[in-house]
Write a protein that binds this ligand. Structure first.
Ligand code: SMG
Ligand code: MG
Length: 381
């Protein structure tokens, strides 16, 4: 029986953080992040209050998915938060059911649920890993392998220099962003440079079409772990056909927005490996359901990234400590994207591994003065 809390305060904060280097994908280039953070205060039955934080992973434009940061803020202020408040006493597990009649907006919903989960765990002095172990019966890892996502570069020389830098940093798996025109040659050059033993995979962010099977089959020679989201997100049958045409396993990212849809994609043969991103699927609790169903079906999973700050990065590391996460995730050191993080205990890597946070809540501590210095707007409901 989970304790119930009153949602006594919700603060929406926008922050601006420059990226240490531009990050280019097939849908565009990011040079900075405009991020929405949610801070909640929960009041327990005994009157004590606890704060919690959640990060909304929506980008500033609807380019990765239909959500974007200003829309997420709007739907939280005008629809999600009012409905949660009207719903009465709550806990993290009641957020999704309460919001289920409101369609879409998984990243906005996830941000709210995450903040409530963080506060609830802090109130009971529980770590996220302890919570997940109790909820699933799983034995949690204490360290997880760290992969890095490398953007598209104009020239192969620039790409090789970037990859070499990440190899030097110790990353144990390289993911290359690809698009038509920056694919076969680029991947081949990287494979030649890093040798056969370093795990390598690619991510197209929907840049190809059903008719590209012959072209993508050229990637088979590079012994890749997977090809991530080659086709548009709604093209499940196309991914299933591609999985028959190409030897490299097909992994879905953008297409997977719920446990239900993931089960269907697996059944159709479209999803041989799953990228689990909590924001994309409506929160960490839905992400756990997807983990569990993939384990039951023998589908390997890994944790994706959305250039998170220390809030989302800590929570992702906790999630990826579940045993079904058998492939390295996009959980890199905070310094891969940011010169300074908004937490005092940013994620770092040691010998290619990230230590799973072990402090109560989702495992981060806010650096209040730095957070204030990068805050661009704040609004309390
Ligand atoms: O957080 O390390 C990270 C980024 C990982 O490549 C990454 N994310 O499609 O998987 C993906 C992308 C989505 C964001 S691109 C701006
Ligand atoms: Mg992806």
């Amino acid at each position: 029986m989970t304790d119930l809390f009153t949602l006594s305060r919700i603060e929406l904060r926008r922050i601006g953080l420059p990226l240490v280097t531009p990050f280019r994908t097939s849908f565009g280039s990011q040079t900075e992040r405009d991020i929405l953070l949610i801070r909640v205060e929960l009041t327990a039955a005994d009157g004590s209050t606890t704060e919690g934080w959640g990060e909304c992973v929506a980008l500033s434009e609807p380019s990765y998915s239909p959500e974007y940061v200003a829309a997420a803020q709007h739907v939280i202020e005008h629809h999600l938060a009012p409905r949660l408040i009207a719903g009465g006493p709550l806990h993290a597990g009641s957020v999704a059911p309460t919001l289920s009649k409101l369609h879409g907006h998984p990243m906005a919903k996830a941000a709210l649920e995450t903040a409530i989960l963080d506060a609830q765990l802090r109130a009971s002095n529980t770590t996220f890993a302890e919570y997940l172990a109790t909820a699933t019966g799983a034995t949690m890892a204490t360290t997880i392998p760290s992969g890095v996502s490398v953007g598209i570069h104009d020239t192969i020389d620039e790409l090789l220099a970037a990859v070499q830098g990440y190899i030097d940093d110790g990353y144990v798996r390289i993911k290359l962003k690809i698009e038509p025109g920056s694919d076969i040659d680029h991947v081949g050059a990287v494979r030649d440079m890093i040798g056969p033993d370093t795990p390598l995979q690619v991510d197209a962010n929907t840049a190809y079409r059903r008719t590209d099977g012959n072209h993508l089959r050229q990637l088979d020679q590079f012994d890749l772990l997977l090809i991530e989201q080659p086709l548009p997100e709604e093209d499940i049958i196309g991914h299933a056909r591609l999985a028959d045409e190409v030897d490299t396993p097909i992994c879905l990212d953008e297409s997977l927005v719920s446990a239900h849809g993931t089960a269907d994609a697996i059944e159709l043969g479209a999803c041989e490996i799953a990228n689990i991103k909590p924001g994309r699927v409506g929160g960490y609790l839905e992400a756990v359901k997807i983990h569990d169903l993939c384990v039951a079906r023998g589908v390997p999973v890994w944790c994706g990234g959305m250039l998170e700050t220390g809030i989302g990065r800590a929570a992702n590391a906790g999630l990826a400590a579940l045993p079904g996460f058998t492939l390295p995730g996009d959980i890199s050191a905070s310094t891969r994207f940011y010169a300074q993080d908004i937490v005092t205990n940013p994620i770092t890597i040691t010998d290619g591994y990230v230590t799973v946070p072990d402090t109560p809540g989702l495992g981060f501590e806010i650096d209040t003065s730095f957070l204030d210095s990068v805050t661009t707007a704040s609004h309390t409901l």
